[in-house]
Design a protein around this ligand. Structure first.
Ligand SMILES: CC(C)(COP(=O)(O)OP(=O)(O)OC[C@H]1O[C@@H](n2cnc3c(N)ncnc32)[C@H](O)[C@@H]1OP(=O)(O)O)[C@@H](O)C(=O)NCCC(=O)NCCS
Length: 155
């Protein structure tokens, strides 16, 4: 296999050493719903989760956390974020695609996620990748904002 071109983004598993970069990325990407360092460390190291990083030019520019439950066939996209400077180039789509492949290998038959009803970018991301709105979630978020549950069947 030829060596990877460092200027092109690639998707890899998150490593414990990525924690600082992910904490910083969260702060750049979310003005609310920011996860604490403690809960991120838990998700990255102990939870029944698959954590993927998008790396470009040696920098972590995006990440996705997929939660799995023993015996459950639904994998849940718990978090996805891409650095503001790297948006609109398909990185989130690549992360989603890789997560779906992992979920399939773990015998899941569908992906689910919840999104704030006001998060048009995120809704567009998921629907453009085949996720369908399953139901509205009234007052799902702290502060009372509605959520939307989306789902995609894996083949
Ligand atoms: C949502 C987010 C992860 C998208 O990252 P991204 O790498 O820019 O997304 P992509 O380039 O892969 O875009 C995929 C699709 O999303 C949609 N999209 C992306 N940016 C968009 C924008 N600014 N406006 C509208 N739609 C947009 C498009 O439908 C695009 O599909 P296309 O490739 O067919 O045009 C990024 O905006 C982000 O980190 N936002 C803040 C954190 C967040 O809200 N996370 C989701 C919480 S559920």
């Amino acid at each position: 296999m030829p060596p990877h071109d460092p200027d092109l983004p690639f998707i890899r598993p998150v490593e414990p050493a990525d924690l600082d970069a992910i904490v910083a990325l969260e702060r750049r990407c979310f003005d609310r719903d920011t996860q604490t360092r403690r809960s991120l460390r838990y998700l990255l190291t102990r939870a029944n989760a698959i954590n993927l990083a998008a790396e470009c030019d040696g920098r972590l520019t995006g990440y996705l956390t997929l939660l799995l439950r023993r015996g459950a066939q639904a994998a849940r996209v718990y978090s996805i974020a891409v650095d503001p400077a790297a948006r609109g180039r398909g990185l989130a789509g690549q992360l989603l695609h890789a997560a779906e492949a992992h979920a399939t290998r773990r015998d899941c038959n569908r992906m689910v996620c919840e999104v704030r009803a006001s998060n048009q970018t995120s809704l567009a991301l998921f629907t453009s990748h085949g996720y369908q709105r399953k139901r509205d979630l009234p007052a799902y978020y702290p502060g009372g904002e509605d959520g939307v549950r989306l789902e995609k069947r894996l083949t």
